[in-house]
Design a protein. Structure first.
Length: 472
């Protein structure tokens, strides 16, 4: 029987991001994937600013930036003529505390390749062709059975195996939700001639029996992503001829302008969430825990941030000796976030809200949760508090995100002289800043995932918090 510290089921963005995070922490992790290779489609192509920050920390940001590009302006077509532009996203103002302000387009297959390559650099492994058929667990670990090959024993396991998660079903965890839109959707990666790559081409419905057609150039490739909506009950044809017919019927393009189909899928937009994100020593992350409409680009991003939240906690418990109770905070923190993002995705899909500040995910945080210890009182709501994302910025010759980068905690003191009273925390990086409006005055212990864990006017109470999270 094979053994590992963490068995990650699923080699999508969630599983690979988690494996990268664990590998850089020195945690032995094995990723198993039912398919014989990585997912080949563009499906989750939008990377939000908060996820760009995560990728910066994981060491893949340069590759992600090189592989993609900004979203093009939408171009509305009617009867073969350009009739107007459509801005897909509300503009965002640049600020020193947020280096990334707009979503970045990278086809999902390329994001997975980049994470896979990073995992290999760190010595991590993915075993393909490993379909889960059973799971049992006890107080000490989890045993997972496969359709082929021997079982694997792990101290913990993570289900990152998608909306139809075999692990979730084996655990008996329910998943409730709703159909966001009964009309089936086609999503395909194709090669097309006769369209420029400077616009996201949108063809509104021509009649009551038609749905819309959108053709978006995929940054960093020669492909276009075709999205088409069909009336309820339609059996969507995913063949080259079927896609050619749709493009011919709904646009000014001819069938022969579609020269190749590289990947195609159909789905019914839905929103669903698992009843819980943990059962014993098994955790649910990504689509195994929550399934989104693709509108607004929240699914992949919420999923990667599940992994980022869970990775440091598993590392702290399995490698650094932190109390196992730390793992209870994963569901406590991520389930409400997932619920909020599901609602946002649904509202964007139905046209009730635009793609704006909320979709960028920079404002998400964990105020009021068990790991957010705010010891100051009387703060205004807009003040930086425990549970909030720690802002970036350059002060006194130090860029904060550079200081935060890597798998450890960071202690930031701003406009306060507390060096002589700080507890000894040898595993914590220390940064002292004379002043920074984004922080205000105080002492801030920043978690490995970039959120403020503890905040105070002085260091009083910091030692007790450090013990809670396994730092001392």
């Amino acid at each position: 029987m094979g053994t590992t510290d963490v068995l990650v089921v699923g080699a999508g963005p969630t599983g690979l991001a988690l494996a990268v995070d664990l590998a850089r922490r020195g945690v032995d992790a094995l990723v198993v994937e039912r398919a014989e290779g990585l997912f080949p489609g563009s499906r989750g192509k939008g990377i939000q600013p908060r996820t760009m920050e995560v990728f910066d920390d994981l060491g893949v940001l340069d590759a992600i930036r090189a592989a993609g590009g900004t979203y093009p302006v939408g171009m509305i077509w009617q009867d073969g003529k350009r009739v107007g532009e459509h801005r897909m996203f509300d503009p965002a103002e640049a600020s020193g505390d947020s280096p990334y302000t707009e979503p970045w387009m990278v086809p999902q297959w390329r994001t997975q390749e980049i994470l896979f390559e990073r995992l290999a650099e760190l010595g991590g492994k993915v075993a393909f062709g490993r379909e889960v058929t059973g799971l049992t667990q006890d107080e000490d670990g989890v045993t997972v059975e496969f359709a082929s090959g021997g079982p694997v024993r792990a101290r913990c396991a993570v289900a990152a195996d998608g909306g139809r998660s075999a692990v979730r079903r084996a655990l008996g965890i329910g998943m409730a939700g709703e159909t966001v839109d009964p009309n089936p959707m086609l999503v395909a990666d194709v090669r097309i001639t006769g369209l420029d790559r400077d616009n996201w081409h949108v063809f509104p419905p021509r009649g009551d029996d038609d749905g819309f057609l959108a053709i978006c150039p995929l940054a960093g490739t020669e492909d276009f992503q075709v999205v088409a909506q069909f009336p309820e009950g339609t059996d969507v044809d995913l063949s080259l001829d079927g896609i050619r017919k749709v493009v011919d019927a709904r646009s000014h393009l001819s069938p022969d302008d579609v020269t190749e189909v590289r990947w195609a899928s159909d789905f019914r937009p839905r929103a669903a969430m698992a009843d819980r994100f943990r059962a014993g020593r098994v955790f649910l992350a990504g689509d195994a825990a929550h399934v989104h409409s693709p509108a607004g680009g929240q699914g992949l991003n919420t999923s990667v941030q599940d992994a980022y939240n869970l990775g440091w906690k598993l590392g702290a418990v399995l490698r650094d000796g932190a109390p196992e109770s730390l793992l209870d905070s994963y569901e406590e923190e991520r389930l409400p976030i997932a619920a909020d993002m599901l609602g946002l995705s649904t509202r964007v899909h139905r046209g009730e809200v635009r793609r704006g500040a909320a979709t960028r995910q920079l404002g998400l945080g964990y105020r009021g949760r068990s790991l957010a210890a705010e010891t100051r009182t009387g703060l205004p709501d807009d003040a930086l508090q425990a549970g909030d994302r720690a802002p970036d910025g350059v002060r006194d010759g130090v860029r904060l995100f550079d200081a935060f980068r890597g798998p450890r905690w960071t202690l930031v003191t701003v406009d306060t002289d507390t060096d002589t009273t700080l507890p000894p925390l040898p595993a914590v990086r220390r940064v002292r800043i004379a002043s920074y409006e984004a922080y205000g005055a105080g002492v801030f212990l920043v978690r490995p995932d970039g959120y403020v864990g503890w905040a105070g006017a002085t260091s009083q109470g910091l030692a007790e918090y450090a013990t809670l999270v396994g730092l001392s």
